[in-house]
Design a protein around this ligand. Structure first.
Ligand SMILES: O=P(O)(O)OC[C@@]1(O)O[C@H](CO)[C@@H](O)[C@@H]1O
Length: 377
């Protein structure tokens, strides 16, 4: 595979630098304000705040996965010197340690982001997504599925980490910078669809609506939903968030709630929470068991910005690099549904990037105003 520079955070004018220097401290303060933590956690959060801005990577004692993922190699180096993908992921691990998530103790398993995720389920926008389902029923199946695909795509804007920093961007240039959806439908002919989920709440609900319709119309026999094994990037969906979402749909008396409940019960919809889903590495480095799962699927859909970074590698590709190039290693057909919230991009045609730059400078890469559907059959 051709190489492109790995993204780091050292340049103070860069997007990754702003995530480490601004987004992470703001998030620590937000989490601290949301819970009546004790003195031990306050001390640990203060220490993390200091470390994240001007400290060095410390060991994560007794954490076998992180030892395998290179923590030893980076110990003692500045957070800003190591790959951006790695240091961000490490930040979330450290934040969970600071609040006692891994225990033992009374705060073990208490998700520090849960209040923010739950609030999302009660927004008017979430209610509108459910109400819109009734209007879909009268449409031809193809149109229903296309509408739900777009719902799942744009649901990715509902990312709480991103909204700690960003405004509500509007764009003058076309919203979809790449759209391979025509190559996606022929891959859904009755087999297994893997969805590697991203955010809970307003992104997970449309993902579930799409999976339910595909099952109902026999476009797939089985869906496998990959969730995070622990809280991550603020709003990433865990099993607890999936349960909240399905219970929310049932409580709203939307028939899809019961339909999902029974699909979970009879195995047409199954859940996974692989440790690598919270790993700091690109999917090119995935372990063999995960590779075998993706290889067995008829299609894997990667949701969201972080999964895109991990799929193509967190590198500054020339934007016209074909999507098939950095995804060539992936063991089966793969699609990315993503709103653009970081510098990484591949698979644009020759006219798109100059048009975006002329209209918006480099802001189009990170504003969340644009999205893509890319497929490598
Ligand atoms: O994966 P998601 O939820 O779509 O986005 C995650 C995100 O907000 O976090 C990173 C910066 O903190 C970027 O990759 C991206 O903007």
């Amino acid at each position: 595979m051709p190489d492109a520079p790995v993204i780091h955070s050292a340049d103070p004018s860069s997007f990754p630098h702003s995530v480490l220097a601004e987004r992470h401290p703001a998030l620590i303060r937000k989490v601290r304000d949301a819970f009546p933590y004790g003195p031990e956690q306050h001390r640990a959060l203060d220490a993390l705040l200091k470390s994240a801005v001007d400290g060095a990577i410390e060991p994560l004692d007794g954490d076998a996965w992180w030892e395998a993922w290179g923590v030893e190699e980076y110990v003692g180096r500045s957070w800003f010197e190591v790959p951006f993908l790695w240091s961000e992921s490490y930040f979330y691990r450290r934040l969970l340690h600071a609040v006692g998530y891994f225990g033992p103790g009374p705060w073990q398993g208490v998700d520090p982001f849960r209040p923010f995720k739950l609030a999302e389920l009660d927004t008017p926008q979430a209610a509108e997504e459910i109400a819109a389902l009734d209007r879909l029923d009268g449409l031809p199946v193809e149109e229903q599925l296309q509408a739900l695909l777009h719902g799942s795509l744009w649901g990715n804007r509902a990312d709480l980490g991103f909204r700690i920093q960003a405004g509500d961007e509007k764009s003058a240039t076309p919203e979809l910078v790449a759209d391979d959806s025509e190559s996606l439908w022929p891959l859904l002919t009755g087999g297994t669809l893997v969805v590697v989920a991203d955010n809970a709440g307003r992104e997970l609900i449309p993902d579930l609506l799409l999976a339910d319709r595909l099952l109902r119309h026999d476009r797939i026999e089985r869906a496998v939903l990959h969730l995070k094994p622990y809280p991550y990037y603020v709003s990433d969906a865990t099993t607890a968030d999936l349960v909240d979402a399905v219970r929310h749909l049932v409580a709203a008396e939307a028939p899809v709630g019961r339909s999902l409940w029974s699909a979970l019960g009879d195995g047409r919809l199954t859940l996974r929470a692989h440790p690598f889903s919270c790993g700091p590495l690109p999917y090119a480095d995935m372990p063999d068991d995960l590779r075998a799962e993706f290889a067995a699927a008829d299609l894997t859909i990667m949701k969201g910005d972080l999964n895109y970074r991990r799929l193509v590698g967190d590198r500054l590709w020339p934007p016209t690099t074909p999507f098939a190039t950095p995804t060539a290693y992936f063991p089966g057909p793969v699609a990315a549904l993503r709103t653009l919230k970081s510098d990484v991009i591949a698979g644009l045609d020759a006219r798109t990037e100059p048009a975006l730059v002329a209209a918006e400078g480099q802001g189009w890469r990170t504003s969340g105003a644009h999205a893509l559907i890319q497929v490598r059959p």
